[in-house]
Design a protein around this ligand. Structure first.
Ligand code: F6P
Length: 534
């Protein structure tokens, strides 16, 4: 299967993307419109033959039955023997989704109602801290218990009408210090967000927050709530059951912002807007489940990714939102894609025959243009770019700025595809008065090779519902790529070793234990720190 893709990719190597547009219908044919969004992948070297190779690969992998297996609660997370049912967190109350014979939807909606009641009480001031109504909510979590709600709270700022929200994730004391120093403990609520309730960074920060609160608040525990699936640990920590919002082990951390981990979003924008967010995601689920392959947006986003990474060997993927409020989307997608598909063993235990997930990175446009686009345009590596852009911003009085933003985004994909030839560069330099060898030398620096692939995702405006659609789109893309790669996208064993070693190193760093048995480099690094911290 991969050999066939490789030969398709080899055949595409001499194609100029711009030449493909001699087919007048290309832009239409190589794009997907769904749910008010437009995904254009025509500025790539994908052709009918490569697409049919890729869709054949989906059939070979049993994609359709894997997709049904995911939606219907089969334990597709085989290394942890768990279902993968984040889609159930956004199901309609009347839906029936069974896991181990039990319909999980009623419990999801019961938790949603509890979240709604709690967030309403914070928003209307009926929940009181020692100093009165809650003005600030701090979410303490890391990874999936931070990136999703943090990203979404920034993305949905225009809808924010609840208490202020803050996020603390890093175990570096600087993070919690910076956040807490501006807050009044008497009117602050702390949400301890941790699926396992054992993550060292989160539990350390939670303890710091409790100590901070205890200095001024008589009953600090009363201003704490927990978002977790480990009810035993939350009880041990002294958080009463009525302020614990639980979820099941079939929700992976990086897929968890649709339920209790999204409580900060609900507090910020209100339960009705949060419901719109879930509805947007659910619409994407229905689309993914039912649309034919070539009209299926998550499938086509995934096939474009596979074409670039496993076909053409482009090992990174730049996510470039021309939407300032999606500034944390690249970081969110880094976890979603790299923790899910950064694997090297297939489901059955054999090594993967091809590279797995790409390095995902990015920054909002137009900022990135003035930083790393130089390399994207003229560097030696080809970096597929994924642009995202809203037709309309929220700042209606600044529509002229949005026009500039749009023009910049479209200009980048055009420039990447078309480039600028040596002949054009020469005539531009000649027009500036250069001649001879100097003209030649200067012109070469001004050549853009072009033929660099990009895709563009357009949507009307970044509303709660649209954000739900966008995130669900990427979640399903990860699923499709994972199925093609034959890996388990839903475990994350690769994060464990470092955690274990950190626990073992902590007493060595503190001086309680000596460093016998450690490698010479680590011993040298510890020694330097010990000497220089005093
Ligand atoms: O270390 C990785 C990880 O397990 C992520 O998958 C997860 O999102 C994050 O840590 C936080 O975990 P928890 O929510 O259990 O604190």
């Amino acid at each position: 299967m991969w050999n066939k893709l490789k030969s398709e990719a080899n055949a595409a190597e001499n194609i100029r993307i711009s030449d493909l547009f001699s087919e007048t219908a290309r832009a239409n044919k190589f794009s997907v419109s769904a749910l008010g969004m437009l995904f254009d992948y025509s500025k790539t070297t994908l052709r009918e033959s490569s697409l049919s190779c890729l869709t054949d690969m989906l059939a070979t992998c049993g994609f359709q039955s894997r997709r049904e297996a995911m939606f219907s609660g089969v334990h597709i997370n085989e290394t942890e023997d768990r279902a993968v049912l984040h889609t159930a967190l956004r199901a309609n109350a009347a839906d029936k989704i069974t896991e181990d014979g039990e319909n999980v939807v009623p419990a999801v909606h019961k938790t949603l109602s509890r979240m709604q009641a709690f967030s309403n009480s914070l928003r209307n001031g009926s929940f009181q801290g020692q100093g009165g109504a809650i003005t600030d909510v701090v979410n303490i979590g890391i990874g999936g218990s931070d990136l999703g709600p943090a990203m979404a709270c920034i993305a949905l700022k225009p809808y924010h009408d609840g208490p202020r929200t803050h996020f603390v994730s890093n175990v570096d004391g600087a993070h919690i210090h910076e956040v807490l120093q501006d807050l009044d403990p008497e009117t602050t609520l702390i949400l301890v967000a941790s699926k396992t309730f054992t993550t060292i960074e989160t539990m350390t920060n939670a303890q710091t927050a409790r100590d901070w609160m205890a200095r001024d608040v008589r009953d600090p525990g009363a201003q704490f709530a927990a978002l977790s699936s480990n009810l035993e640990k939350t009880a041990e920590w002294g958080i009463p059951a009525e302020r614990v919002f639980g979820f099941e082990d079939w929700v992976g951390g990086r897929y968890s912002l649709w339920g209790p981990i999204g409580l900060t979003i609900m507090i910020a924008i209100g339960a009705d807007r949060f419901a719109e967010f879930l509805t947007g995601a659910r619409e994407m689920d229905d689309h993914f489940r039912t649309a034919p392959l070539l009209e299926n947006m998550p499938v086509m986003l995934a096939l474009t990714g596979i074409w670039h990474n496993q076909g053409l060997g482009y090992g990174t993927r730049a996510v470039l939102p021309y939407d300032q409020r999606l500034q944390r989307l690249p970081a969110y997608l880094q976890q979603l894609e790299m923790e899910s598909n950064g694997k090297s063993v297939c489901m059955g235990g054999s090594d993967t025959p091809v590279h797995t997930g790409p390095v995902v990175w990015g920054e909002p446009g137009t900022n990135g243009q003035h930083a790393f686009y130089q390399l994207i345009h003229q560097g030696t590596r080809v970096i597929p770019c994924e642009f995202l852009l809203a037709a309309k911003g929220h700042e209606e009085d600044l529509a002229h700025q949005h026009e500039l933003l749009v023009a910049n985004c479209l200009a980048q994909s055009e420039a990447l595809m078309l480039g600028r030839s040596l002949d054009v560069a020469r005539s531009r330099m000649a027009a500036k008065g250069f001649e001879g060898a100097e003209l030649e030398r200067q012109a070469r620096h001004r050549v853009f090779p072009g033929n660099r692939p990009s895709t563009t995702l357009l949507y009307p405006q970044l509303t709660p519902s649209m954000l739900g659609k966008i995130i669900a789109l990427y979640e399903h893309r990860v699923f499709v790529e994972g199925v093609l790669l034959g890996i388990n996208s839903y475990d994350q064993w690769g994060v464990e070793l470092g955690k274990e070693l950190a626990v073992a190193l902590q007493p060595i760093v503190s001086g309680a234990e000596d460093s016998t048995g450690k490698d010479a480099s680590t011993i040298g690094l510890v020694d330097y720190i010990k000497v220089n911290r005093n």
